[in-house]
Design a binder for this molecule. Structure first.
Ligand code: F6P
Length: 372
C-alpha cells in the first residue's frame, strides 16, 4: 500500500506515457488521467519519459505526476510534458552501429521496476500495438488513448490532435487567400497526414479551397488545370489548392524527402504539382509546406474536450478491470473498443462519404476528374 498526495491509501500505481509523433492536446489528456486517478480513486500515476525509451533507460526515466505537476495552464499547452519518440521498435531496435537488436526484455524489465498495476498509452495505432505486446509480456493491463493529427485510427471519429491541426491548416488558407488575391496567384498548400487525406479534405472545405488532392482519390494534372482555368474564366484570378503530403504523383509514386529509420518521410508533392501546372496554366504559382506547425501550439477547444473525456474514461476502464481496450469517440460520445478492432487498421477518407460529397457539391476538384 502507498498513499498519495491526498493521504489516501491506495494499492494502484498506473503508468502513463505518450508515444509516437506529438500533437496538440496530449498534455490535456495527461492532465485528465492524473486528475481522474487521484480525485476519483486515490491512485498514484507514474509518468514515463520519452515513450518506450524511458523504460529502456537505466535507471528507468519516470516520475510521479501530481495534481501540482498537471496544474496551472497544462490544458492549454501544446506538446507533451512527458516527451515522446516516433521511432525505435523495441522488438527490432536499430542500434547506432546499424545492427538490429530485440530490446523488448529491457522494456518489460523497466515496467517491472516501476511496479505498475496498469499502463495507459497515449499514441497512434502502431504505438498502442507495440506497447500492448510488451504489457502482455509483463502481465500488465494496457489501455490506449488515440492521438494523431492524421486522424487515421480506426473506430474513432476523432483522435487527439486532429482538430488543432485542421484549424492550423484552415488558418493557413485564410492567410494565403488575400495574398493570392493581391498577386493573382495560385497558392498550393501542402499539409501533413501520412497516407490519409483527412487534414487536407477538412481544411480545404473549411478554408474555401478550389482544389483538394488526397491520397484516397486519384487525380489528373489536366483535371486540376481545367478547374483552375474555369475559376479564372469566371473572373477570379486567384485560387487555392490543398494537397495532402501522402498524395502520389499522377502515376501514384509517393514524393519523399528521405528515409527515417526505414520509413519514408513524405514531402515535396506541392512543388511537384507547381512545376507541372506551370506549363498548363497562366497564373503564377507559389507553394507553402505547412509541416510541423500543424502539430504545435495551443490545442483547440475540441481537442481539449476529447482529450479530457478520453483520459477520464481510460482511468475508469482500469478501475473496471479492463485490458487491451482503446477509448474512442463515436456519435458525439466517448466509448471504448477492443484494441484488436483498431490494431493494423487505417481509417482512410471514404471517397463516397459526406466530406468528399460536400467538396464535390461545392464544385471543388477533388480528383477522379470530377471537377464542376
Ligand atoms: O503521423 C503524424 C505526422 O505528423 C505525419 O502527418 C507526418 O508525415 C509525420 O508525422 C512526420 O513525422 P516526423 O515528426 O518524424 O517528421
Amino acid at each position: 500500500m502507498t498513499s498519495n498526495q491526498l493521504g489516501v491509501q491506495t494499492g494502484k500505481r498506473i503508468g502513463l506515457m505518450t508515444s509516437g509523433g506529438d500533437c496538440a492536446g496530449l498534455n490535456a489528456a495527461i492532465r485528465a488521467v492524473v486528475r481522474r486517478a487521484i480525485h476519483g480513486y486515490g491512485w498514484t500515476v507514474i509518468g514515463i519519459k520519452d515513450g518506450s525509451a524511458g523504460l529502456m533507460a537505466r535507471p528507468v526515466e519516470a516520475e510521479e505526476l501530481t495534481l501540482l505537476s498537471v496544474g496551472g495552464d497544462l490544458i492549454r499547452r501544446g506538446g507533451t510534458i512527458l516527451g515522446t519518440i516516433n521511432k525505435g521498435d523495441p522488438f527490432a531496435y536499430k542500434m547506432a552501429d546499424g545492427s538490429v537488436v530485440d530490446r523488448s526484455g529491457e522494456v518489460v524489465e523497466g515496467l517491472r521496476q516501476l511496479s505498475l498495476d496498469a499502463l495507459i498509452v497515449i499514441g497512434g495505432d502502431g504505438s498502442m500495438r507495440l506497447l500492448s505486446r510488451l504489457c502482455q509480456l509483463g502481465n500488465i493491463p494496457m489501455i490506449g488513448i488515440p492521438k494523431t493529427i492524421d486522424n487515421d485510427v480506426a473506430e474513432t471519429e476523432y483522435a487527439i490532435g486532429f482538430d488543432t491541426a485542421v484549424s492550423v491548416a484552415c488558418e493557413a488558407l485564410d492567410r494565403l487567400a488575400p495574398t493570392a488575391a493581391s498577386h493573382h496567384r495560385v497558392m498550393i498548400l501542402e499539409v501533413m497526414g501520412r497516407d490519409v487525406g483527412h487534414i487536407a479534405l477538412t481544411a480545404g472545405v473549411s478554408g474555401g479551397a478550389d482544389v483538394i488532392l488526397i491520397p484516397e482519390i486519384p487525380y489528373s494534372l489536366t483535371g486540376i488545370a481545367n478547374r483552375l482555368q474555369t475559376v479564372s474564366a469566371r473572373g477570379r484570378k486567384h485560387a487555392l489548392l490543398v494537397v495532402a503530403e501522402g498524395c502520389g504523383t499522377e502515376t501514384g509514386d509517393k514524393v519523399t524527402q528521405d528515409r527515417d529509420g526505414g520509413r519514408a518521410r513524405y514531402g515535396g508533392i506541392g512543388q511537384y504539382l507547381a512545376e507541372r501546372l506551370e506549363d498548363l496554366i497562366e497564373a503564377e504559382i507559389r507553394v507553402t509546406v505547412l509541416g510541423h506547425v500543424q502539430r504545435g501550439g495551443m490545442p483547440s477547444m475540441r481537442d481539449r474536450m476529447i482529450a479530457s473525456a478520453f483520459g477520464v474514461r481510460a482511468v475508469d476502464l482500469i478501475a473496471q478491470g479492463g485490458a487491451d481496450l482503446v477509448v474512442v469517440w463515436k456519435n458525439g460520445d466517448v466509448d471504448d473498443v477492443p484494441l484488436s478492432h483498431v490494431a493494423g487498421q487505417t481509417r482512410a477518407v471514404d471517397p463516397d462519404g459526406t466530406m468528399v460529397k460536400t467538396a464535390k457539391g461545392l464544385g471543388l476538384y477533388v480528383g477522379n476528374d470530377s471537377s464542376a
